[in-house]
Design a protein around this ligand. Structure first.
Ligand code: PEP
Ligand code: MN
Length: 339
């Protein structure tokens, strides 16, 4: 159920609808919009009695939601969500660029890459301190020490930190040190982690699972939002197919497909999406052309020595060139206002 308020509904009208929802034992999710406020209801297993709301002051209509998702959907918020991260944003007019190494390795590496990322004008720095590796013998990340280095990068450059949490313990640390809480592809259906992300005070970047359907991915976002965290960014990072020429198959059609259903911003990760250095820039261009709100790019000062994902990492020069190219494409699609 979704309660749509009239354009002239007052704060008191909204508070009264929220009170009734709570009294019924459900949870209200209030989404102010450009022309009206909508209030989503979660916690109900069966239908909610529409008549309970229709007569309340300020209510325009009570709509029964038949789709499996409520909070991620355009019914709740017809305009796009802009996720604010301090003074930076994802989903607004500017193309968001999230760049950095796959994993935090050491101080020298992280600062060399961060300096190039800052110079490029990007606002976000990525780097894993907790790495969900396929093999238990592969480099697992520096843990809290890595997060401390990331916090130093933020201090020195002003870049916002995007980093992955893999479980409850790392979630507490990520929330303490970072600006955006990344949920990795392998954890897209780790429901307890999704709920934990939903209780985080920072935005969540939710990667699409390796074999997740669009609906499953959006329902994973719904888990986060149902806990009260509405700042979710979706990330398409490629899915498993029979193709052997790439590490994953980057599903660019996911961008317009999500747009049809959801107000959440979508970013493209052509690094994991292709797994190959020479394919990252062409697919980054395509991601911007298809309308993505941003890109995640793996960059390393010495890709040949990277402790993880070196084959898909761009060197600093390649990264700088990529940023010039994708900005040019973005400007053609959405020219910056003159003056
Ligand atoms: C990563 O961003 O380094 C990562 C592990 O990504 P994914 O979860 O998409 O594999
Ligand atoms: Mn990686």
């Amino acid at each position: 159920m979704l309660i749509v308020m009239k354009a002239d509904a007052t704060e008191r009208d909204i508070a009264e609808v929220e009170r009734v929802i709570t009294e019924l034992g459900f949870r209200p999710h209030t989404m102010p919009g450009a022309s009206r406020t909508a209030i989503g209801i979660t916690g109900n297993e069966g239908p909610v009695d529409v008549t309970r709301f229709e007569t309340l002051p300020g209510v325009a209509e009570a709509i029964r939601v038949t789709k499996p998702f409520k909070l991620v959907s355009l019914d709740l918020r017809p305009e796009k969500t802009v996720v604010r991260v301090g003074d930076a944003e994802i989903g607004g007019d500017e193309l968001a660029i999230i760049a950095g190494p796959c994993a935090v390795e050491d101080r020298e590496q992280i600062f060399a890459v961060a300096e190039a990322v800052r110079r490029s004008g990007a606002r976000f720095f990525r780097g894993g301190a907790f790495k969900p590796r396929t093999s238990p013998y592969a480099f697992q990340g520096l843990g809290e020490e890595g997060l401390k280095l990331l916090a130093e990068v933020r201090e020195a450059t002003g870049l916002k930190i995007v980093t992955e949490a893999v479980d409850e313990a790392s979630a507490d640390l990520v929330e303490k040190y970072a600006d955006v809480f990344q949920v990795g592809a392998r954890n897209m259906q780790n429901f307890s982690l999704l709920k934990r992300a939903g209780r985080a005070r920072i935005p969540v970047l939710l990667k699409r699972g390796l074999s997740a359907m669009l609906e499953e991915w959006l329902l994973a976002a719904e888990y986060v939002m149902a806990e009260g965290n509405y700042n979710v960014i979706l990330c398409e990072r490629g899915v498993r197919t029979f193709a052997q020429h790439t590490r994953n198959t980057l599903d660019l059609a996911a961008v317009p497909a999500v747009r049809r259903i959801s107000h959440l911003p979508v970013v493209i990760d052509p690094s994991h999406g292709t797994g190959k250095n020479h394919m990252v820039t062409p697919l980054a261009r395509a991601g911007v052309a298809v309308g993505a709100d941003g890109l995640i790019i793996e960059v390393h000062n010495h890709p040949e020595r990277a402790r993880s994902d070196g084959a898909q990492s761009l060197n600093l020069e390649q990264y700088e060139q990529l940023v010039r190219e994708v900005r040019a494409i973005h400007d053609v699609l959405a020219p910056a206002p003159v003056g």
